[in-house]
Design a protein around this ligand. Structure first.
Ligand code: NAD
Length: 284
């Protein structure tokens, strides 16, 4: 039986630290502020934005929401981002993705000033991550590292296998695990003999986006299993990429869905906003 990694508990601990940092910053006349842009009426995006706003409120970070019509053009959005880039009261900027199809997402990501790019998606921040000199940690992978640290799960020398190679999860996860001296393999949709690879993992990260994709026969005895997926099963219930009931019997540690990686992503965004406020004000 695996120990459950409690993402809500770790997330609360991170938020407590963020709250203290915000209080310290306020004493020094700095009021950390996160601007969140949402375009259109995607219900999932609305939920994510609301969660981010709520988390800001809990920790004393000012949240500024910019809600734009579905029909907003790329140029209009870029103009708004430029204003936020120049606004000294705004420390972090994020544009909730996905944006409607007619908007050029890559232009949007590139338009956000790297100093305010708290999602760490800008090419400058991706490059810094590759060099190991990042200011901002990409939120979901950073949240996973934080959870592993919290449970004293060592990474150095471990075989780490990530299923998924997206820019948001798989690739930056590989960089953070490498920085911690893990031996990293990235598997993806074209990988051959996936099971043979996943069975070598001491730490297995599933970021596929398919309900119950990882079954017990893919997992080594005693592995640490991190489930990034957010899916709905055939009953419409929220579930991850890992067949939890089966894998939990074999793993040493496992993250549940919900209550695992999800809460960590938001708290790391808050941490990045505090970091941005400190850097912009030359504070440690
Ligand atoms: P994505 O669709 O961009 O990437 C999925 C990856 O899975 C791809 O790289 C693909 O190569 C790989 N893949 C697909 N089929 C495969 C197969 N048969 N075998 C091996 N690999 C295969 O998705 P993403 O943005 O990386 O997100 C992955 C999941 O994580 C989604 O469910 C998403 O909702 C979730 N997610 C959760 C959080 C969180 O905070 N918990 C954050 C981001 C994403």
């Amino acid at each position: 039986m695996a120990l459950i990694i409690d993402g809500k508990k770790v997330s609360s601990a991170v938020k407590e630290d963020v709250k203290k940092s915000v209080e310290e910053l306020k004493k020094q006349g700095v009021n950390p502020c996160l601007a969140v842009i949402i375009v259109g009426n995607n219900p999932a995006s609305r939920t994510y934005v609301n969660n981010k706003k709520k988390a800001c409120e809990e920790t004393g970070i000012i949240s500024k929401e910019i809600a734009l019509d579905e029909g907003t053009s790329t140029e209009q959005l870029l103009e708004i981002i430029e204003k936020l880039n120049l606004d000294r009261d705004v420390n972090g900027i994020l544009c909730q993705l996905p944006v409607p199809g007619h908007i050029d997402e890559s232009k949007v990501i590139s338009a956000i000033s790297p100093d305010k790019d708290v999602d760490a998606f800008h090419a400058v921040n991706v490059g810094k991550l590759l060099q190991g000199v990042q200011s901002f940690q990409p939120c979901t992978p950073a949240g996973i590292i934080k959870m592993l640290d919290y449970y004293n799960i060592g990474i150095e020398g471990k075989n780490c296998v990530i299923i998924g190679r997206s820019n948001i999860v798989g690739k930056p996860m590989s960089m953070l695990l490498l920085q911690k001296n893990g031996t990293v393999t990235i598997a993806h949709s074209k990988t051959k003999n996936l099971k043979e690879i996943t069975k070598t993992a001491d730490i297995l990260v599933a970021a596929v986006g398919r309900a119950n994709f990882v079954t017990a026969d893919m997992v080594k005895d005693g592995a640490v299993v991190i489930d990034v997926g957010i899916n709905r099963n055939e009953d419409g219930k929220l579930c991850g990429d890992v067949l939890f009931d089966e894998v939990e019997k074999k793993a040493s540690y496992i993250t549940p869905v919900p209550g695992g990686v999800g809460p960590m992503t938001v708290s790391m965004l808050l941490e990045n906003t505090v970091t941005a406020a400190k850097i912009q004000n030359n504070l440690k």
